[in-house]
Design a protein around this ligand. Structure first.
Ligand code: FES
Ligand code: FES
Length: 208
């Protein structure tokens, strides 16, 4: 490979470090799928429109088709393969199963990654475009269907499983809130901001 057009990088994905040499134009999505064989992250539009390629970058949602692999060096990448704890599914994965939040399943890895971050974003008090009152003193809005639909709007589902997806996200969010409450943590972001996201952190989608 031409050294002026390629780079030797190491990517930290799901806690493991992978050393690879990539064309500098390689997207994070292609690096994950073609170089590291993590094919759970899906390619839909390959231009930032569908959300199928969503992963977490340092705990924040990102469309991996819009990220260069070389720019992800030094960051914590979490893919759908890194969500479960051994044989135990992440609560969001379990909720998608319990509420039939999918049909063909192609969009599901991206939906799950987004939902994990959405729950964190909401718990941390982040408003969305659907939030009517964003004054800090009013506290975070209820994570109702409108809020979930708005916050998940970057993830398209050609099967139209949206009704079940919203129910799954609502259930997983309620479970996460109950966990925080039983831990005696009543602050919106759970005090640490770590919540249930394996990679930690929260935030809006990174698009470039
Ligand atoms: S593949 Fe559609 S947003 Fe990345
Ligand atoms: S479940 Fe088929 S595209 Fe969403």
């Amino acid at each position: 490979m031409n050294p002026t057009k390629s780079s030797a990088i190491s990517l930290r994905v799901n806690g493991e470090t992978h050393s690879l040499t990539v064309d500098n134009r390689t997207t994070l999505l292609d690096a994950l799928r073609e170089h590291i064989d993590l094919t759970g992250t899906k390619k839909g539009c390959d231009q930032g429109q569908c959300g199928a390629c969503t992963v977490l970058l340092d705990g924040r949602r990102a469309n991996s088709c819009l990220q260069l692999a070389v720019a992800a060096e030094g960051r914590a990448v979490t893919t759908i393969e890194g969500m479960a704890d051994g044989e135990r599914l992440h609560p969001v994965q379990q909720a998608f199963l319990d509420f039939d939040g999918y049909q063909c399943g192609y969009c599901t890895p991206g939906q799950v990654c987004s939902a994990v971050a959405v729950i964190e974003e909401h718990a941390a008090g982040w408003p969305s475009a659907a939030t009517a009152d964003i004054r800090p003193e009013t506290g975070p809005p209820p994570l109702d269907d409108n809020e979930i639909r708005e916050r998940m709007s970057g993830n398209l589902c050609r099967c139209g499983a949206y009704v079940s997806i919203v129910r799954a996200v609502a259930e997983a969010a309620a479970q996460a809130a109950a966990v925080r409450e039983s831990a005696g943590d009543t602050t919106p972001d759970g005090g640490s901001g770590s919540g249930t996201v394996p990679a930690g952190g929260s935030g809006a989608r990174v698009t470039a």
